[in-house]
Design a protein around this ligand. Structure first.
Ligand code: IPD
Length: 275
């Protein structure tokens, strides 16, 4: 894939994220209610999640009919082009429901099949209208927030690092995540739990967080943020040098993310059970 194509895909990702965010923000002016719950009572979906995803799917079908689509709220759409769009219509749905500002529309396009173990994210955009920001990146083009170039921080010590994390919706998973947190919290400057993994990763990219870790996140929560962190000079990986996956995502500048991975792995080993 040449640079021009990557850039065009990036431009479309921005347009889609912006359009989805405008729709979600307009709907937020009215009454937002829970339409259904998913993995647990805490894990909600609103009618707006569905409406935004349908809009994004319609736009992609119009402009890129041969591409595959993997979205949080719909069935996978197969494609023939070798590209997959990865959509989170509202990342931070609980924040959206309560009127908390950290929610975002996340749009990524990946080279490869609809399988995060096999794809490479080539471009992504994350629009968070209530935070007033849009982040984007495409491979080789750098990363941007509201059009301005961004970089991860150069922090070298965990003790002066502000670290984001998040929790899933299932009780047993939260208990494991809490055990990992007891290893991390004593050794960092502080922890932030914003409630949108996509926004968390973008904040690592723009330096408003030094690092991020979370286990159990879905491919649509992280795909766009992943390319934005990398293009901002950061790394995104799992534990022990593994690829980032639903198992674990750690992000930051290369030095700090390696230190954080060690602490999380130790917390994991000494506090029994997987993180
Ligand atoms: C959630 C958010 C949250 C993270 C959860 C995700 P959703 O996504 O990204 O920050 O901690 O693991 O499931 O459910 O709001 O799309």
């Amino acid at each position: 894939m040449d640079v021009t194509e990557t850039q065009e895909l990036g431009t479309l990702a921005i347009r889609l994220a912006r359009e989805g965010a405008e729709l979600a923000a307009a709907r937020r002016e009215g009454v937002v209610t829970v339409e259904a719950t998913k993995s647990s009572l805490a894990d909600v979906v609103t009618a707006v999640d569905h409406e935004v995803e349908e809009l994004l799917r319609r736009r992609i079908a119009e402009e890129r009919p041969d591409d595959a689509i993997l979205g949080e709220e719909g069935d996978d759409t197969p494609g023939t082009s070798g590209l997959t769009w990865v959509l989170d219509p509202i990342d931070g749905t609980v924040n959206y429901l309560y009127g908390q500002p950290a929610w975002a529309v996340s749009v990524a396009v990946c080279l490869g099949p609809p399988d995060p173990r096999e794809w490479t994210v080539v471009a992504g955009a994350v629009a968070a209208p209530a935070l007033g920001h849009l982040w984007h990146a495409h491979l080789g083009g750098g990363a941007f927030r509201d059009g301005e170039p961004i970089r991860v921080t150069e922090v070298e010590h965990l003790g002066v690092s502000l670290v984001g994390t998040g929790f899933g919706y299932v009780a047993e998973q939260r208990a494991r995540q809490a055990r990992a947190l007891t290893g991390v919290l004593p050794v960092v400057r502080d922890i932030r739990r914003l409630g949108s993994c996509a926004a968390d990763l973008c904040m690592v990219a723009d330096g408003t967080l030094d690092a991020f870790f979370e286990s159990g996140i879905n491919p649509w929560d992280m795909a766009a943020g992943e390319v934005i962190v990398r293009e901002a000079g950061g790394v995104v990986h799992g534990l022990r040098g593994e690829r980032a996956s639903e198992g674990m995502v750690i992000a930051g500048n290369p030095g700090i993310s390696a230190l954080l991975a060690e602490v999380v792995a130790t917390a994991h080993e000494t506090r029994s059970g997987s993180v």
